[in-house]
Write a protein that binds this ligand. Sequence first.
Ligand code: ZN
Length: 167
Amino acid sequence: MARLQVLTYPDPRLREPSLPVEVFDEALAELAADLLETMYAEPAIGLSAPQVDVRSRLLVMDVSERKNRPEVFVNPEVLSSARPGWIEERCMSVPGRSGLVRRATEVRVRASTLEGESFERRLSGLAAVCLLHELDHLDGRLFVDRLSWLGRLRFRAALAMQARRAA
Ligand code: ZN
């Protein structure tokens, strides 16, 4: 296992959509293990393959309190979603920033295991929000795209300030 380097905003590679996984092999299992190791080291509750520069529809998460319930979703698809709410989100690809995002807090998802077996899950609360956040990454979307008008303004102002400090 290895810790992987995470791409950060505004890296254009974060904007590229990922392709469906077709080969369920040892390399895929290894990638999932590395994603989990990288996520736990942060510590974060979710991470997707495109964030480590691999354009595959694979994401991992663990929203358990004791960080002992890793979950892997290959080729995830939302079947239905409900109960939208405003959630404060963070992202390993947008270090040091957070923002309020409107998301469904209940989802039904279909995905495959690392062995290529299809399964369906019903997620709610933090698990639903985390899955939708990571799923956005597979489509080249970041939480900052979902901020309110005011939230985007604040985000841009913070970035400008950061740039001035760095200059
Ligand atoms: Zn993220």
